[in-house]
Design a protein around this ligand. Sequence first.
Ligand code: IP8
Length: 249
Amino acid sequence: MIVLKLGGSAITDKERPETVDGEALASAADAISNALDDGLEGLVVVHGGGSFGHHNASEHGVSTTEGTRDVAAIGDIHGAMRTLNGFVRKRLLERDVSAVPVHPFSAAHRDGNGRLALPTGQVETLVGEGFVPVLHGDLVAHAGAGATVVSGDELVATLARDLEADRIGLCSTVPGVLDESDEVIDEIAAFEDAAGVLGESDATDVTGGMAAKVRALLALEAEASIFGLEDLEAFLAGEEPGTTITTVE
Ligand code: IP8
C-alpha cells in the first residue's frame, strides 16, 4: 500500500485564493494514471489545501488547535476543501483512475486532547475493491473546541500507521528538503539532521511548513520520500527520489 500526499502548494496557485494549478494537477494525474496502468495496486491519495482552505481557515481564525462552532465558517472551510477534492478527482477520472472521495469531516474526530481518530476500514475496503480513495486536509469535530483543522500530513501519518503502508510519498513544490546551498538532502534520519534548514512555509499555511512534515514522517515506521512533481512517476515506480525520511530504530 502506498499513501501519497499531493501537497496543496504543488497542485494550486498558493498566491491566488481558490485557484488550481491546472498544469501541475494534470501532470500529477498523468503520473498516477500511468503508474496504475503499469500495474501499481493499493494507492491512497491525500491532498492538501494550498490556496483552498488555508485562506478560509485563517480568515475565520481556525487552526489545528483553535476551533470554531460557527457553522458558516465550517461550511466555508470544508466547502473549499471539497471543491478542490472535486477538481482532483475530476482530473483522475478523466484518465480512468477509479478515484472516489473520502471526506475526513464526515469520518474523523479529535478527542479532548486533540488526538485524531480516523476510522480506516472504509479506506481499506475501498482499496480492496480496486478504488483509489482521495482524502484531503479538512475540518474535524474536536471535543471541547467545536471543529479544528486536520492537515493532509496528519491524515497521511494516521493512514500510513493504521493501514501499515509500505511507502509514503509527499509530492511537494520543491525537489526534496533543501540544504543551505539549495541541494536536496538525500536522507534524514533525525530531526537534527536538517533542523538548521527547516523553516516555516512562507505563504499562508495554518498547519505548519516542512519542519512539521519531517517531524511527523520521522515518527512513522514506513519509509517516506519528499520529492517534486517531476519525480512523482519515479516514486510510484518504486524509486526513492528527493529526500528519504528513514525510520528511527
Ligand atoms: O494543506 C489543510 O490541509 P494541508 C486543510 O494538508 C485546511 O495542511 C482546511 C486548511
